[in-house]
Design a protein around this ligand. Structure first.
Ligand code: ASP
Length: 429
């Protein structure tokens, strides 16, 4: 007999998700969610929307203070600026490497399958993406002219920079700053507790988020775009279970099986929210408490990864480029493919991990290689669903790199990593 009270949080979230899929698809199939209908107004766009948004807000609310305090504690915990440099360069290298592999593999798969060839799809959906920031601005804005503004706007790279500088300065001031450091430690512990409290509501919120997405998804369109969806999801799964696990094993020697077991909760949050940024609190908790990554490494690598590392998004760009180019009958040269790879990797640095940002990056790529940007309208209808899957892959990539870097710096509690039950979220918070 199914006893919900005895389930752990991940199982409860999965249960909520499954129920969400059933209810959402039910509403969709029986066309109960048509515009203006009672169910659509009060349930889908009412109750589900409100609960889902409240939950995402609750997660986002934690991001800035959590990153700020945990990074200060992290830097003060290392007390070695050389190590800080090493953690920074290793994680940057691994983030870029995994993203480049991701897109190269996805282009190869999509091109060899020849998706979209001979298809005649038309769209009247207009895609209007915002411009991705120029790379020069990305670098300039790493240094915030006003740290409070950067915090208020959740500018992750600026926040990371300011917090690290604050941490280093606290270290340099030494004894006199001791009370501030212990204040940051206490604040960090409080923030972590808040994460656990918010997570306890996840099963209900995930139900609402998934039910709404499923009710809104265009099933007919999904059917039409089956080839695209199939190749994309296949490439994403290959990256998650293949490439990332090989990278984890080769660079750290750690068990991929345990990793996949422990990352599940963060993946479910990423999937439901479609935002790496909103998932930061959960990813941070997962790698520190479930996998044993020391906060000195995790507090930097996780928010850094949420911003600059987007393997899943890069995969979507590879598959979408080939798909739409084929539909328009555009022959891409090897140079075009190389441009796509380079641009996707660079674009991932400058764009934040929030829902839908992948399409903005895609429009940048299209302009460069000469594919009509309107083509993005063709995949717009299924993008929310694909965004959910690719965000789960993005977050997994962040956790893989964080674990590898921690292991290489002797900052991984291997005993904790090997204990399957370490750091499980108490279901009664
Ligand atoms: N939603 C993704 C993330 O937050 C970005 C994207 O692919 O649109 O990581």
């Amino acid at each position: 007999m199914l006893n919900i009270n005895k389930m752990n949080l991940t199982m409860k979230v999965l249960f909520g998700m499954l129920l969400g899929v059933i209810v959402g698809l039910g509403l969709n199939i029986y066309q109960l969610n048509t515009e203006g209908s009672w169910a659509n107004t009060y349930i889908v766009d009412g109750l589900f929307y409100v609960i889902g948004k409240m939950f995402i807000n609750a997660l986002k609310m934690l991001v800035v203070p959590l990153v700020f305090f945990s990074l200060i504690c992290g830097v003060c915990g290392i007390a070695d600026t050389k190590m800080l440099g090493r953690v920074g360069s290793k994680s940057f290298f691994l983030y870029m490497l995994t993203t480049a592999i991701a897109i190269a593999v996805s282009i190869s798969i999509a091109a060899s399958v020849g998706i979209g060839e001979g298809m005649a799809l038309e769209t009247d959906t207009v895609f209007m993406g915002k411009e991705a920031p120029p790379l020069a601005d990305v670098f300039i804005n790493i240094i915030p002219s006003n740290p409070i503004k950067a915090m208020a706007e959740g500018e992750m790279l600026s926040l990371i920079f300011f917090s690290i500088l604050a941490g280093i300065s606290l270290l340099m001031v030494g004894e006199k700053a001791r009370s501030l450091v212990s204040l940051a430690e206490t604040a960090n512990a409080v923030m972590m507790k808040m994460v656990t409290l918010v997570m306890a509501f996840a099963p209900y919120a995930v139900f609402a988020l998934i039910a709404k997405s499923m009710a809104d998804v265009g099933l007919e369109l999904l059917n039409q775009l089956m080839g695209y969806v199939f190749v994309l999801v296949g490439a994403l799964l290959l990256h998650l279970f293949g490439t990332l696990m090989i990278v984890l094993k080769v660079f750290s020697g750690l068990s991929p099986r345990l990793f996949l077991k422990k990352i599940r909760t963060a993946q479910l949050f990423a999937f439901s929210t479609a935002s790496s940024n909103a998932t930061i609190p959960v990813t941070l908790r997962t790698v520190t408490e479930r996998m044993g990554v020391n906060n000195s490494v995790a507090s930097f690598t996780i928010p850094f990864g949420a911003t600059i590392n987007m393997d899943g998004t890069a995969i979507m760009q590879g598959v979408a480029t080939v798909f739409i180019a084929n539909i328009y009958g555009i022959d891409l040269t090897t140079l075009d493919y190389l441009t796509v790879i380079l641009l996707s990797v660079l674009a991932s640095i400058g764009t934040a991990g929030v829902p839908g940002v992948g399409l903005i990056m895609l429009s940048m790529v299209f302009v460069q290689v000469g594919i009509p940007v309107e083509g993005i309208g063709l995949i717009l209808g299924v993008d929310r669903l694909m965004d959910m899957v690719r965000t789960a892959v993005n977050v997994s990539g962040d956790a893989v790199v964080s674990t590898i870097v921690a292991k290489s710096e002797g900052k991984l509690d291997v005993e904790c990593y090997c204990d399957p039950d370490a750091g499980l979220v108490p279901t009664q918070a």
